[in-house]
Design a protein around this ligand. Structure first.
Ligand code: NAP
Length: 322
């Protein structure tokens, strides 16, 4: 473990891939960690991305692959290890000044499923995970009719009725994707207004086999014990009406929660668990930079995530020098 990296990049989504590309071009010694087998992070689950300049209509999987290929050409490939712990070990003899590396820095000790690594800085781009609803039947029937990825599992419900829960971009994209596969899609939203972009809202509202159930919340997933989903019990919060939709497939698109559990004692987070950082990626912990969906920001998109990766590397370079 003698080697001390300039930076350890954690996460291989758009922010992590961009950080890896910029770190390579800046000739930083960088270790890139991610334990997912498919590159791209969350975007790999997206059927179609239509708002990334220059790549109209690319699939999320192809986009993830393209980012990974680009990084590989520059000599960067993620090491498939799960990060278990990140600790600051304090300025030490090993952290003493190095040519071109400015004054002594505290060292980060990153423990993974396979080993331990040291670095002067960390770029944390671990993204976010699907929010679960926490209703009865959801966990028990996950994978047996409850899904968090329409593009992955939608094809199982050809010509059947399905339900999508949520009112954001993902829920609308999922409903539109499923409308092309399924006979009917219920879009269940807890308010009387969708959160999604206006373009997606229009498409959803015009789609003949999508029925939006406004002011409606899911109460429980129904199914046979150790069997498959048979329906979704829903409640209209405006008039109290309760009904069960006889759907074999339920797609939950209720947003994401940031993967910050590992670092909650290391850096300041906001009420939603996002790491407090501006576009430079600087956090409350010197040397620890946040990039992508994990940080506080107003717009979580691939295009903002990749710019975060670049900015974080720029911040690392400045930090190492002064
Ligand atoms: P989101 O924008 O946070 O939307 C989550 C939706 O789920 C909201 O409508 C929310 O309702 C609802 N919800 C949350 N908790 C719920 C609960 N317990 N029960 C019922 N409903 C619940 O999440 P997202 O759609 O996954 O998008 C995440 C980010 O990725 C966004 O910034 C989005 O713009 C971006 N994204 C972009 C694209 C694209 O541009 N192609 C595609 C997908 C995602 P409320 O509205 O009432 O809060």
């Amino acid at each position: 473990m003698e080697r001390i990296y300039d930076t350890i990049i954690i996460g291989a989504g758009p922010a992590g891939a961009s950080a890896a590309i910029y770190a390579s071009r800046a000739r930083l010694s960088a270790l890139w960690l991610d334990n997912r087998l498919i590159p791209g992070g969350q975007i790999a689950d997206s059927g179609r991305v239509d708002n990334y300049p220059g790549l109209p209509g690319i699939s999320g999987a192809d986009m993830g692959e393209a980012f990974a290929e680009h990084a590989k050409k520059l000599g960067m490939e993620p090491v498939r290890e799960e990060v278990k712990e990140i600790r600051v070990t304090g300025a030490s003899a090993e952290g003493a000044p190095v040519a071109g590396r400015g004054p002594a820095k505290p060292l980060f000790l990153v423990t993974t499923s396979k080993g331990q690594y040291q670095a002067y800085t960390v770029i944390y781009a671990a993204g976010a995970a699907h929010r679960h609803l926490g209703i009865p039947g959801e966990e028990e029937l996950s994978g047996a009719g409850v899904s968090y990825c329409a593009t992955c599992d939608g094809a199982f419900y050809r010509d059947l009725e399905t339900a999508v829960v949520g009112g954001g971009n993902t829920a609308c994209e999922d409903a539109l994707f499923l409308s092309r596969v399924c006979s009917k899609v219920y879009l269940i939203h807890r308010r009387d207004q969708l959160r999604a972009d206006a373009v997606l809202q229009d498409l959803v509202k015009k789609c003949e086999n999508i029925e939006i159930l406004w002011n409606t919340v899911p109460d429980s997933v129904e199914g046979e014990e150790e069997g498959e989903v048979t329906g979704l019990a829903v409640r209209n919060v405006a008039d109290g009406e309760i009904r069960t939709l006889p759907v074999p497939g339920i797609f939950i698109a209720a947003g994401m929660i940031p993967n910050t559990e590992l670092v909650k004692d290391l850096v300041q987070t906001d009420d939603g668990g996002y790491i407090i950082a501006d576009e430079t990626g600087r956090t409350s912990c010197p040397g620890f930079f946040a990039a992508g969906d994990i940080r506080t920001k107003t717009l979580r998109q691939v295009v903002t995530a990749v710019s975060d990766g670049a900015n974080a590397v720029n911040s690392v370079q400045t930090y190492l020098l002064i």
